[in-house]
Write a protein that binds this ligand. Sequence first.
Ligand SMILES: [Zn+2]
Ligand SMILES: [Zn+2]
Length: 386
Amino acid sequence: MAEKRDYYEVLGIQKGATEDEIKKAFRKKARENHPDLHPDDPSYVEKFQEINEANEVLSDPEKRKRYDQFGHAGVDPSYSGGGMGGFSGDMGGFGDLGDIFENIFGGFGGFGGGGGSRSNANAPRRGSDIQESVLINFMDACNGIKKEIKINRMSICDSCKGSGSDGASSSEICPDCQGRGSVKTTQRTPFGAISSTKPCPHCAGKGKIIKNPCQKCHGVGRLRVQKTVSVDIPAGIADGQPMRLSGQGDCGVNGGPSGDLLITVSVKSHPIFRREGFDIHCDIPVTYMEAVLGAEITVPTIDGDVKYNISEGTQTGTVFRLKNKGVKKLHRTDRGNQYVKIYVEVPKNLTKKQKDLLKEFEASLSEKNYAKRQSFFEKLKKKFDL
Ligand SMILES: [Zn+2]
Ligand SMILES: [Zn+2]
């Protein structure tokens, strides 16, 4: 098949198009390019199929996300090993078509389905990608971790080595479809003949007939098996970040390459630390006295506790930086920083005696002990003068 066109280009929309814009663009394009409106030009069959395929992906948020991230490889139906015909073999792929038919023909519903563009069922095809997600701890994301994950992947049947045949008996080309795996049917309708391609019923789309199918895989040549994959999650990975393990997806068909394993890493939140990129943020409570007199405080970091001296008269909201105490940057050697925000915890549940002591202490203070308060009231005064 020729190089695939960008789906956004196919629908004539911008990459950031809204769902509504996609829907409208699809309807317009489908209406203009419908093969039945261009009976003399067979190129519209392919054009129409391309439009449907683009819509199928872009109108599905999950598929669209994958397409945006990985391009055609993330969603391409011709890569999907299991089914036959991908989008075109499945009538669901025509989605909103009923509406369009209603618009064009006023209620005609017997559209025969698009022809599969794959001409040879025995051509090598790439295996499907497998999506998995893994949840790791905050600290493991900082330090990196090896995770074993279980996946169900299609693998070559070890009993028949992928041939699908039992023992020495071999397979033969299907006489009904001459190995193509699909047959063409022509349907007479009031609007002329509509040709469509569907999987060959004789060989179930495989293009060959296996005389003695393998007992283990029932002639498919592939089996879904559970496999444990060891994944090296690098230090510095962020919540929601995808990883691609190439060749660890479903095995290919007819000698095609394996698909990839796509892993989305989710990171648990931490009770004290917050991450922003590769920087760590945390808030630390200090006592009223520590803030007033200054103190050596203990600051937790992802490497363990460190001591830090806060100066006399430290205010709530003061932020200090611990250089290189952040997360190791992904695939690099340097690290982010840690930012520590101080807040003063106001003591509660004081006894009468404590309250009296505090009142006595407060009475001993003057305006010059409260520079901020003083400047605030001065500003306030000026405001009324204006
Ligand atoms: Zn087998
Ligand atoms: Zn056949």
